[in-house]
Design a protein around this ligand. Structure first.
Ligand code: UD1
Length: 421
């Protein structure tokens, strides 16, 4: 296993180019299962989760070719329908192949993802939606076995909860279904919007993109004619580097971003007294005399993203006062707290609310353990400002979602290196 060693108390400066969004690229790659042609997807992030899904496409009988930040995917030869445990256990998002495989082949088997570090994370809503469209679903020996011998039929689906993956799976299933599917209480995340836009450009009429009601006119089994496209920028990677600027109180510009997708994040930074300068594709953070505390409640887009909660907790340790973070989406997403305590942070947990006392502001470098993807980035941010050295272990979590983290951090002046345990 590898670990990162970061020497803190450095000032950052310069520019960081943000990569394509992992959480957009995953459903987009899964959607290529609906295509009759080869598709070139550019601005593809070079992260482990993407490679895991491409490995799954390969195991299913599809092919892919990488050329710099583009990937050509061809699923015309896809001839297997089972996503096996060895892949699904390393990445829950493998569940995203369920909708497209089921709608194309009439059956699909996906290993049940099980729980994960941030909570139970069931897939019941994905399955209920597919059942409403006529699928028969059984759980057998740890596998979801879905069949639709007569094809999927358009239906009205009302989600009890807003689910990003559930909405994406349903949109992909509905694309080849017979008739019209209406999704009420659909997720509106930019990643969901891009998936809908790409499928729409491939010939499926989709109404209501970006709203909580999506209406999908299925093609009744006819495969789609995809156009080549670029993945949208990663708003969570972008938000993490904005926090890197803020926590070190440095001037930093992030480029290749869509500021509109980051409004909930930049407005919290403004509340914390940072000046934010934006143009169409970049955001610059200007240092402040005093970092002010903040109160955050996570919610669905366009609210404050749960995937940025841990990074803001790290930042709140440097604020002059007491901040609160109320995590509303996942039941167990404070695994980073005990590691931040090891660095000397003053944080109290009460259920799903964390109170962070930033008055002393001093963090002391030590050994810490990454527990999940975004929790790990909170440890990196804390290490940038802690005195002395911090060793962050189990960084495979970071490699799942941050492209060239140490390269990008070194370029802006951080003292960071990777070692083998
Ligand atoms: C996606 C993101 C993840 C982000 C999350 C919330 C990807 C690959 N991952 O995860 O980074 O943190 O959205 O913005 O895009 N739920 C159910 N039943 C279901 C599905 C979900 O109860 O069938 C619950 C979940 O446990 C959670 C909530 O709904 O409490 C939201 O989850 P969901 O939006 O589905 O998250 P993911 O798509 O898994």
């Amino acid at each position: 296993m590898e670990y990162l060693k970061i020497t803190g108390e450095t000032n950052l400066s310069g520019e960081v180019k943000i990569s394509g969004a992992k959480n957009a690229a995953l459903p987009l790659i899964a959607s290529t299962i609906l295509a009759k042609n080869e598709i070139s997807i550019c601005n593809m992030p070079n992260v482990v989760d993407i490679n895991t899904l491409l490995k799954l496409i390969d195991k299913l009988g599809g092919t892919f070719k990488k050329e710099e930040d583009c990937i050509k995917v061809n699923t015309s030869s896809l001839n297997k329908t089972t996503a096996t445990y060895d892949i699904v256990k390393t990445m829950r998002a493998s569940i995203l192949v369920l909708g497209p495989i089921l709608s194309r082949f009439g059956h699909c088997e996906v290993s049940l993802p099980g729980g994960c570090a941030i909570g139970q994370r069931p897939v019941d809503l994905h399955l209920k939606a597919l059942e409403a469209m006529g699928a028969q679903i059984k759980i057998n020996h740890g596998y979801i076995e879905a069949t639709a011998p007569n094809g999927l039929k358009g239906a009205k689906i009302v989600f009890d909860k807003v689910t990003v993956g559930g909405t994406e799976n349903t949109v992909m299933a509905a694309a080849l279904a017979e008739g019209i599917t209406t999704i009420v209480n659909a997720a509106k995340e930019p990643e969901v919007q891009q998936l809908c836009e790409v499928i729409k450009n491939a010939g499926v009429l989709i109404e209501g993109i970006g709203t909580d009601t999506l209406i999908i006119h299925g093609t009744n089994g006819e495969l789609l004619d995809f156009k080549d496209f670029d993945v949208i920028p990663d708003r969570i990677e972008a938000g993490t580097y904005l926090c890197a600027a803020a926590i070190t109180n440095s001037k930093l510009k992030i480029t290749n971003v869509m500021p509109l997708h980051l409004e909930a994040v930049t407005s919290k930074l403004e509340e914390m007294n940072f000046e934010i300068i934006q143009d169409e594709t970049s955001i610059t953070v200007i240092p402040t005399d005093e970092i002010k505390p903040v109160n955050i409640v996570t919610s669905e887009y366009p609210g404050f993203p749960t995937d940025m909660q841990a990074q803001f907790m790290a930042l709140a340790t440097q604020a002059n006062g007491t901040s609160t973070i109320d995590e509303r989406l996942f039941e167990n997403r404070f695994m980073h707290v005990s590691e931040l305590l090891r660095l000397g942070a003053d944080i109290h947990l009460n259920g799903n609310i964390a109170t962070i006392n930033g008055a002393s502001g001093t963090l002391n470098g030590t050994d810490v353990m990454a527990t999940d993807l975004r929790a790990s980035s909170a440890l990196v941010l804390s290490a940038l400002v802690a005195n002395g050295e911090t060793a962050i272990h189990r960084i495979y979590h970071l490699d799942r979602g941050y492209e060239d983290l140490e390269g990008k951090l070194s370029n802006i002046g951080a003292k960071v290196a990777r070692f083998k345990e």
